[in-house]
Design a binder for this molecule. Sequence first.
Ligand SMILES: *Cc1c(COP(=O)(O)O)cnc(C)c1O
Length: 436
Amino acid sequence: MKNELICDNLSVNAEGHLCLAGQDTTALAQKYGTPLYLLDEDRIRANCRMYKGAADAAFDGRFRLFYASKAASFKQIYRVMREEEMGVDLVSSGEIFTAKEAGFPLENALFHSNNKTDEDIAFAMDCEVGFFVADNEEELYAIEREAERRDARQKVLLRLTPGIDPHTFAAVTTGKVDSKFGTAIETGQAEQVTKIALSLPHVRLCGYHCHIGSQIFETDALLRAADTMLSFIARMKQTLGLVTEILDLGGGLGVRYTPEDPTIDIPAALAGLGLAMRRTALRLGIDLPVIALEPGRSIVADAGMTLYTVGTRKHIPGYRDYVSVDGGMTDNIRHALYGSRYTLLPADNMTAPRDLVCTVVGRCCESGDILQERVKLPSGIRRGDLLACLTTGAYHYSMASNYNRLPRPAVVMLAGGDSRVAVRRETPEDLTRLDV
Ligand SMILES: *Cc1c(COP(=O)(O)O)cnc(C)c1O
């Protein structure tokens, strides 16, 4: 119970209210309504600076950081990233458009996705996105065709699968040979695609990319992936004379959702990675390329919180207690999708004993609409009380839906002791706006 405040931007004030970034969540719920996404902008900036300092030290200043914006994508995020001089990783024309609308300098962006349509490729080139991360051979040809039409030369990284399984959850593992993402080293296809890239006059091959998965706490898998990539890079130098400028190792470092989750010291992890990679490069007789990283979750997750108002309570004798809230799988799909664990707290009553063990559910017409099981709450919790779900800054707003025609919550950002709306709460009119 003592370490349930899993991030140091959380506190409890004299009234027994939970605070985020020093601001009273009960007051914020009253002002903006629920369900509500809160994001501590100061924390996001601090996370960016932590990564920058850590990467600078680990890779002797030869690094690039691209925030994986699928974790949380809306205009204010891209403004913050521009101000923090971060690059961004974009995965669709929609994300490119949002970043562009926010005035983000797109030459400092990467365009990902395992299936970029011809329209996406054309739009990204219209917007002058700096780098394309080509997933496979077919995509390289599509990029070449569009670049040729424009008489341009597009900078490209090739996404490879190093054949590493970080042993996290299957749905967030992406670096195995059998994957919808990337081109495998093991099968010889990576070398083949490299030769093709080098033969295309409108493609400039700048380097390689891999991303082994998400929620990684053990850097061992990352070290093995880096080793495999460097060995491949050395082989390409030997056989093709290719000097690789950039090696992008993706994102995926983990965050804590519950007090039981491990902690990862990111500066120490990157320092270890940098040291190991310099040794490997020396052994292989290559210069270490510029190292790129694409953190998403570890930039925004611990900045976030979702506030809910409690509704129906139900006691089923011999079975269990249900507490329902005014949101659910529409604003948090992660428990239904991955069985993710969360910390839920009685935000307006942090000091009462937690003598009720219950299942917290959403309001959708779906039995799987569960936020969390075995949650400890005060037995007196009732309709109108406030519940907070911690660590919801990543993959919550960006995965939100309108299932059951529920309007998506507002996103309110907290900065320097103030709060302001970054994304408006949807209205019933928003829900029918596209209906004809
Ligand atoms: C999702 C993703 C990331 C970010 O992963 P996090 O776990 O949020 O850090 C980075 N790179 C690629 C290619 C991704 O698909």
